[in-house]
Write a protein that binds this ligand. Structure first.
Ligand SMILES: *Cc1c(COP(=O)(O)O)cnc(C)c1O
Length: 362
């Protein structure tokens, strides 16, 4: 067996597997899922729609109808198209594969979304992480210096950022996009756009080097695995050659089209989550020993700031009370003693807050 495993790349063998904890029986606040489902009547109609899907056929690889619905829903600027991915994770992999020339590099602020570095590595590209400042804003001078020195093929800017939750300053982003110029691509990742109240989309036509990426995952459809990205048609045509032709399955395609016909339901859910986010942030601000950072996403980042108590200890105490959050304290030195918690229903948020309160008592 060990001889056989030698066939696998050394860097792949050295990787730790992406760990997804078992959440059965827990209040699950670790993965930025929308806690709400479709109303029963829409579930029934969706069932009928899915029952009629031609599962015996391959998807039509142009995905023309779903793309048209997404372009309309997203208000994609005229002359711009989208391509679809099996989650935006797949889109990140597609762009990486397409740009992985020998020596090509990938740059992103850190702490950031783990898949940027992972996807770069799997495509054989060096990843350069540029630390954010302590308030999690972009260190513009460091970003510009790194771009000048390294000339990355791909620069990622998550807007808002995960796991910090904040929106970067738009002028900083524009300066980065201009510095990159025609030597690289800037991927603006708007996975949390439904909760952000803003978007880079209207500026997309100004910059030939920008790719705008979104997903339906955080909006309430994490299970169907659907992401999409927009950019100039010339770029999209190249990425489309790398995309597996049937990458979005017919059931996801039909489900997404159905839900977009009822997009108001998801918008209402997103509004409820945003209202809960402010409630939760206010409650957390009143808790001594907890620092809560501003968030434009459907999660909050907290720092446990109490002598003799670590974030990991609080994480474990929450778990003992059947509340699962994400312990991000070891991800990056800027996140020491930090926990990331998804904003959920009023009931689940209350359960989290009371579990947190008792976790803070020593
Ligand atoms: C969750 C997330 C994604 C991945 O979304 P999928 O469509 O579920 O693959 C992409 N980018 C960021 C910043 C995320 O947090």
């Amino acid at each position: 067996m060990s001889r056989l495993l030698n066939i696998v790349r050394d860097d792949v063998r050295a990787l730790a597997a992406y760990h997804v904890p078992d959440a059965s029986g827990l209040v699950k606040l670790d993965a930025m899922e929308n806690p709400y489902t479709l109303p029963p009547e829409l579930q029934r109609q969706l069932g009928e729609r899915l029952g009629a899907v031609a599962m015996n056929r391959y998807p039509v690889p142009s995905y023309a109808e779903l793309k048209a619905a997404i372009r309309k829903h997203m208000a994609i600027p005229a002359g711009f198209d989208v391509i679809l991915g099996n989650g935006s994770d797949e889109l990140i992999a597609i762009v990486s594969t397409a740009c992985a020339k020998p020596g090509a590099k990938v740059l992103a602020p850190v702490p950031g979304f783990v898949m940027y570095a992972m996807s770069a590595q799997l495509a054989g590209m060096e990843f350069i992480g540029v630390p954010l400042r302590t308030d999690f804003s972009l260190d513009l001078e460091a970003m510009l210096a790194a771009i000048r020195a390294q000339r990355p093929a791909i620069t990622y800017l998550a807007y808002p950022n995960n796991p910090t939750g904040n929106l970067f300053d738009l002028d900083d982003m524009l300066a980065i996009i201009r510095e990159v110029g025609d030597t690289g691509l800037v991927i603006v990742d708007e996975a949390y756009q439904p909760f952000a109240g803003t978007s880079f989309l209207p500026r997309l036509p100004e910059f030939a080097n920008v790719v705008l990426m979104r997903t339906v995952s955080k909006l309430g459809l994490a299970g169907i695995r659907l992401g999409y990205m927009s950019a100039s048609n010339e770029l999209l045509a190249e990425f489309d050659k790398v995309r597996p032709p049937y990458n979005v399955n017919v059931l996801s395609e039909a489900a997404a089209a159905f839900v977009l016909e009822h997009a108001a339901v998801l918008d209402t859910q997103a509004d409820a989550i945003c209202a809960e986010r402010s409630q939760m942030a206010q409650s957390l601000a009143r808790l001594p020993g907890v620092e809560c950072f501003p968030s434009a996403a459907n999660f909050l980042l907290l720092r446990i700031d109490r002598p003799g108590l670590t974030g990991t200890e609080v994480f474990q105490r929450l778990l003992q009370q059947k509340v699962l959050v994400k312990n991000v304290g070891k991800m990056h030195s800027l996140l020491e003693n930090c926990l990331r918690v998804t904003v959920s229903t009023p009931q689940e948020n209350a359960a989290f807050l009371s579990a947190l309160q008792s976790s803070l008592m020593s």
